[in-house]
Design a protein. Structure first.
Length: 130
């Protein structure tokens, strides 16, 4: 996919709420400010230009449905509609291998629970069977 293709970026309602809380707390905590700035950079710079990149694909069974952006241990998960030129950020989490709070484990649980069904529907993507 050419990097000149630009996408509109949206965030899930829950993630938008978390980002608003993080932004409000950014003045009080350096760690929260750094996390907020990292997420903002991801949405503004990385997602718009690298959406749909082969290197950002997850492996089966999420292949071709969910993409990720890695920034150190931070993972941002998104889905996209090439037809609509739309990227929807689903969630953000920390990579903690072999931990129930690992970003990939949480993503899989939330997809199975149907938490992101409206976003999949908006992009015209069938929810992956996990």
């Amino acid at each position: 996919m050419a990097s000149s293709v630009r996408y509109e970026v949206k965030v899930s309602r829950e993630l938008a709420s978390q980002l608003a809380e993080l932004k409000a707390a950014a003045d009080e905590s350096k760690a929260k400010r750094q996390l907020y700035n990292s997420l903002k950079r991801c949405a503004v710079e990385l997602l718009r230009e690298h959406a749909g990149s082969e290197r950002d694909l997850l492996t089966a069974p999420l292949r071709r449905a969910v993409y990720r952006i890695k920034q150190g241990r931070l993972r941002t998960f998104d889905i996209l509609s090439e037809r609509k030129k739309l990227v929807v950020m689903l969630m953000v989490g920390m990579r903690k291998q072999r931990d129930k709070h690992d970003a990939y484990e949480v993503l899989n649980r939330r997809i199975r629970a149907g938490d992101f069904d409206p976003q999949f529907e908006e992009c015209g993507i069938q929810r992956p069977a996990l």
